[in-house]
Write a protein that binds this ligand. Sequence first.
Ligand code: ADP
Ligand code: MG
Length: 268
Amino acid sequence: MNDVAATRPMIQVQKVSKWFGDLRVLDEISFDVREGEVVVMVGPSGSGKSTLLRCINFLEEFQQGCIYVDGKPVGYRKGAEHGKRVRQSEAEISRLRMTAGMVFQNYNLFPHRTALDNVMMGPLMFHQRGKAEIRDECMALLEKVGLADKASAYPSRLSGGQQQRIAIARSLAMHPKVILFDEVTSALDPELVDEVLRTIRDLSKEGMTMIIVTHEMQFARDVADRLLFFYQGKILEDGNPREVFANPTTERFKAFVRRFSQGHLAAA
Ligand code: ADP
Ligand code: MG
């Protein structure tokens, strides 16, 4: 956990609402994430967690509200006409995606590229630096996630935990200011979960700003500066994780934790 009280907001979500057809999946969501803060989001399946992360990275459009990453608006700017919002250019949107990296449940590595090539691809495409320099930096990132010896391995030869750590290195290679993790351990065999959580924990110690959607409650308690509980597109709990677990303010959260500990994740 970091001392973040005095830092500036790195992510600002202001009254964001989103509908899929008639279904409102985000209902006036508001919260800030400060620089260096680690925010964990929990909640039943379908409560809107992934959708919100995807909005922050503008992989999804949203109909109402504003999001800022590092002070810059996400997805839309005010148009000249009647202050109506207009979609940003694709160049602006891809700049945003470099500021906010995202790591998914299914690591999506390119199967015909080595681990190192997977990490180097983004910087080679977007960073104007020499290949040798990029290569050195990406090797250092593989080292950081404990996989320097796998640089020339293809993804199919790596365990799920190793592939996920490569995916984290790939995200770091773009020098993001924030990283959004969406259930990155959910597809892993139980014995591989810890190595990935350890990598995320190391990043938190270095002061990386992160939002982590997870079902790993112990990890949430240990690593998060703040815990948000989602339910039907709303945030019902927002606070220090130990305090929220010790003194939940809503019956919904109590029921979630109770069902969760009985293994009925999706039914809360
Ligand atoms: P969570 O990540 O908390 O499990 P999601 O953000 O994935 O929840 O989903 C929130 C709600 O939005 C769910 O009801 C889901 O079925 C719906 N949803 C998600 N993606 C789409 C989509 N592309 N089209 C229609 N509905 C969607
Ligand atoms: Mg999800």
